[in-house]
Design a protein around this ligand. Structure first.
Ligand code: 5GP
Length: 145
């Protein structure tokens, strides 16, 4: 199958353009990180490339490298900010692979021993709570340097 082309009106493209709000955690020249609006665990963060890319199947190698560097930064910050015991990374490609939003993103999820991920309920998290979590991550990133 040939994957469809990139849709510039996807939700994450709109967030990148500033057309939709988000709780930003971090950005650099190539990547952007923000809180998932329906977190599977407290601190669930999404890392995306700034360049247009549908998923792992069309991303440029340089963007992929940049994403992974940011994923590592966020993961380390989550270990501190959420006193996590571990980190789960998830990434889905095309509908058959579980992808819902078609701008490449890595899920970075802090984990606690013995605690399962919350199920997908479609319910959005409390806005103030997401803001608090984003702030905690920003402070941890500053401390790590
Ligand atoms: P995936 O495409 O990897 O299956 O899932 C997309 C992810 O994006 C889900 O975890 C969902 O909660 C998150 N998401 C969907 N819409 C929005 C939104 O408008 N803002 C934010 N911050 N996250 C979103």
């Amino acid at each position: 199958m040939t994957a469809p082309s990139y849709d510039t009106d996807n939700i994450f493209a709109k967030i990148l353009r500033g057309d939709l709000p988000c709780h930003k955690v971090y950005e650099d020249d190539a990547t952007f990180a923000f809180m998932d609006i329906m977190p599977r665990a407290d601190g669930h963060t999404l890392v995306i490339p700034k360049n247009a890319s549908r998923n792992m199947l069309d991303v440029k190698q340089a963007d992929l490298n940049a994403i992974m560097a940011t994923v590592q930064k966020i993961a380390k910050a989550q270990m501190q900010a959420f006193d996590a015991d571990g980190i789960t990374l998830q990434q889905f490609n095309e509908p058959a692979g579980g992808q819902v939003v078609f701008h490449l993103h890595m899920h970075v999820i802090p984990r606690q021993d013995g605690i399962s991920l919350r199920p997908h309920t479609g319910e959005m998290a409390d806005n103030d709570l997401l803001a608090t979590h984003a702030q905690a991550l920003k402070e941890a990133l500053e401390k790590i340097g």
